[in-house]
Ligand binder design. Structure first.
Ligand code: PNS
Length: 158
């Protein structure tokens, strides 16, 4: 079974994330979407809420499993027998940070990181900007799944 992990905070999942997950799901037998449990970072949605959203929007792919992890990603990979991480690269600004993580993860464990170029339609997207725009009344429809859009508006403008 060829398995890959797609890790992140997903607070919340955007169409950019979904594009990477969907494309990875066509290349691998199973994609494990792993939500980081980070008690130091203030999040808008709880880990369970993020997992529910991810499960709903990835259901149609058929080979995507959503899980959570804390601590090192490579330890999660080891426990789950996942040999590779897939990441989307939006722009050169992502590169330094992602390269350092990829090299450290490889050095620690031998787990490979594969980079996929983000669909240009979504290369400007980030969960933080999505939250900011929604909070101040902007329209993010088309940039996040409809279900996520509804929950964002409810939570931020409720
Ligand atoms: O969506 P994000 O916040 O950019 O995702 C970052 C994430 C979760 C992929 C990264 O922070 C991570 O892997 N964290 C787990 C801790 C870890 O393994 N750190 C060592 C990296 S070399």
């Amino acid at each position: 079974m060829r398995r890959v992990v797609c890790p992140g905070s997903f607070d919340p999942v955007t169409n950019g994330h979904l594009d990477i997950i969907g494309r990875a799901s066509r290349l691998y037998d199973e994609v494990v979407v792993a939500v980081l449990i980070n008690i130091e970072k203030k999040s808008l949605f709880t880990v369970e809420e993020r997992i529910e959203m991810l499960q709903a929007v990835t259901k149609e792919y058929g080979n995507v499993r959503v899980d959570k992890f804390h601590g090192l990603l490579v330890d999660f990979c080891k426990q789950q027998e996942i040999p590779a991480i897939v990441k989307g690269l939006r722009a050169i600004s992502d590169f330094d940070y992602e390269l350092q993580m990829a090299q450290l993860n490889y050095r620690m464990s031998g787990v490979e990181t594969l980079f996929m170029s983000t669909n240009p339609e979504y290369s400007f997207l980030s969960s933080s900007r999505i939250k900011e725009i929604t909070r101040y009344g902007g329209d993010v429809s088309g940039l996040v799944p409809d279900l996520v859009h509804e929950l964002l508006v409810e939570r931020l403008r409720g």
